[in-house]
Design a protein around this ligand. Structure first.
Ligand code: IMP
Ligand code: MG
Length: 175
């Protein structure tokens, strides 16, 4: 058990399971983009570890960039998603795969989809390591899903509770 701020968390998903899910996702993406050089867009802060480990399993030509948005305060998703920071690349004609740490309500995803609509990309795909089907409120298709989890708050592997827990190499859930 671990303590972050006022809350206690118990082990939930091992580093091995996470790595297996990322390897599987990488080979799925690789099969779909065999003849091109996709650009992976990580959504900061949460996805830094996901993108890093995903890319180590991706053996074909690829590029990476990061953007930032924010929607979360404490342990429940707020309904407001802020603006995009840091997309400097020209994505015209590119195959873009957005890599998320977790999709919860889908608000962030909807916002991202909207923002990328104006970029004239060739393909726009969404990949997420974790997905909470019970919390999902949108009907946007998620192209690659690593691990489906119940509607519980988790930390670790890049995911935080008010800033803490991102460094944990495995995932914990709220006790
Ligand atoms: P959504 O907009 O509700 O889908 O939330 C997406 C964002 O909320 C993710 O990118 C995370 O940053 C954060 N988030 C959602 N669920 C969790 C969780 O269980 N633990 C930590 N952060 C979460
Ligand atoms: Mg995030």
């Amino acid at each position: 058990m671990i303590q972050l701020h006022d809350k206690q968390f118990v082990p939930f998903i091992s580093a091995k399971e996470i790595d297996f899910a990322l390897a599987t996702m990488a080979s799925q993406v690789e099969a779909d983009f065999a003849d091109e050089t996709p650009i992976f867009i990580g959504v900061l802060n949460g996805s830094f570890m996901v993108v890093s480990d995903f890319m180590k399993h991706y053996k074909s030509p690829c590029e990476v960039s990061f953007i930032k948005l924010a929607s979360y305060e404490g342990t429940s998703s707020t309904d407001q998603v802020k603006q995009l920071i840091g997309l400097n690349e020209d994505l015209t004609g590119r195959s873009v795969v957005v890599i998320e740490d977790i999709v919860d309500t889908g608000n962030t995803l909807a916002e991202l989809k909207d923002l990328f609509k104006r970029q004239n990309v060739k393909h726009f795909k969404i990949a997420t390591l974790f997905f909470k089907p019970e919390a999902y409120k949108k009907d946007i298709k998620i192209d690659y899903i690593g691990i489906r989890i119940p509607n519980k708050f988790i930390v670790g592997f890049g995911l935080d509770y008010d800033g803490l827990g991102r460094n944990l190499p495995e995932v914990y859930q709220l006790k």
